[in-house]
Write a protein that binds this ligand. Structure first.
Ligand SMILES: Nc1ncnc2c1ncn2[C@@H]1O[C@H](COP(=O)(O)OP(=O)(O)OP(=O)(O)O)[C@@H](O)[C@H]1O
Ligand SMILES: [Mg+2]
Length: 339
């Protein structure tokens, strides 16, 4: 488990103090895949780099598995850091060393004997699917292969935590998917806790269990990925998920709608997404519904349905019908004309 307690980071620069992290409190459970999202400069990398003390916090504590890293001596910290692996957007491989040597380097640095190093590197390269690339140099690899080397190197000393700073931002969508599935497998098979920075909510939706949204050094909202997608509270969170979940009706469609009707967006959560609620509502009321858009997302195997429909009929009957949806634990929002 990782606990950040009142974590604060200020950078001293020639132009004065720059705030990186503003009194963040956060708990990340063991075995979790925890996403951190936010715009550039929000403080995501600062938080991540404070977790392994690559960046020394100005104040506050970083507790990993019950040990406050900020209280350790240099030598104790060096050992503790071996249990925290890290991968980067631009891979940070040593260009003059082969794939094998890049991975072996992490084991050498940890003082492992040569006999063990050979065996372990072979194992790791197999795990990340690069057994046949051991003697290649980084320049001879694709971006996805380079990131696999980064992952093998990060896993060399059997860490409990893997910190990932935008690991797929430099990769194309297909390669991104293959790296995400590798991370998912590692999390499952090794029980590794993963903390992952991304600016893509799609990545959060595909991979993470929990997510925090950062702005100006602060965490402004956090929760399970399903809750954040189903019930975002902060405007910035809504903005982030807008690209993946929101849908704007085309102007032409608005022009065709009955001005006496209402356009409503209905959100079906959990079991509600699997029941014939719209059918039940129409049967119980005298209104008509015309579905304009519909989609069911699966977030961690749980369905989240969004439907936009035009409802027409007596105003009182419409109100009753919408209340019926609310009573069946659906979210209902009347949509204004947006273009
Ligand atoms: N080494 C540093 N020296 C001075 N200021 C820094 C340093 N590192 C980060 N900052 C500042 O701290 C703030 C947070 O930066 P950080 O790199 O953590 O953001 P980020 O969310 O990771 O952004 P990005 O998405 O661009 O990577 C920014 O204002 C940044 O300029
Ligand atoms: Mg960053």
């Amino acid at each position: 488990m990782i606990q950040l307690i009142d974590l604060h980071k200020e950078y001293k620069t020639k132009k004065g103090m720059v705030l990186g992290v503003d009194r963040v409190n956060l708990t990340i459970r063991k075995g979790d895949i925890f996403g951190i999202v936010g715009y550039s400069g929000a403080g995501k990398s600062s938080v991540l780099r404070c977790i392994n003390l690559l960046e020394k916090p100005t104040s506050g504590k970083v507790v990993v598995d019950g040990v406050d890293l900020t209280s350790l001596s240099k030598e104790e910290l060096r050992v503790a850091r071996q249990k925290i692996g890290m991968i980067f957007q631009h891979f940070h491989l040593i260009t003059s060393k082969t794939v094998f040597e890049n991975v072996a380097f992490a084991l050498k640095a940890a003082g492992k004997p040569p006999s063990l190093i050979d065996k372990r590197v072979t194992e790791l390269l197999q795990l990340v699917g690069l057994a046949d690339k051991a003697e290649h140099y980084p320049a001879q690899l694709s971006g996805g292969q380079k990131q696999r080397v980064g992952i093998a190197r990060a896993l060399a000393n059997d860490p409990q935590v893997l910190l990932c700073d935008e690991p797929t931002s430099a990769l194309d969508p297909t390669t991104t998917q293959s790296i995400l599935s590798l991370l998912r497998d590692i999390n499952k098979t090794l029980g590794l806790t993963i903390v992952l920075i991304t600016h893509e909510m799609e990545v959060v939706k595909d991979l993470c269990h929990h997510v925090a949204i950062m702005q100006d050094g602060k965490i402004i909202e956090e929760g399970s990925v399903y809750e954040i997608f189903a019930n975002p509270v902060q405007p910035l969170t809504r903005e982030f998920i807008a690209n993946t979940l929101e849908f704007k009706l085309p102007r032409k469609l608005w022009d065709k709608l009955d001005p006496a009707g209402k356009v409503v967006k209905v959100l079906f959560r959990d079991e509600a997404a699997e029941q014939a609620i719209i059918y039940d509502m129409l049967k119980a009321s005298g209104i008509k519904a015309n579905i304009l858009h519909g989609k069911i997302e699966y977030i961690g195997d749980k369905p989240l349905g969004t439907f936009i429909m035009e409802v027409t009929g007596e105003p009182l009957e419409i109100d009753n019908a919408l209340q019926y949806l609310v009573d069946r634990s659906c979210g209902v929002e009347v949509v204004d004309r947006v273009e």
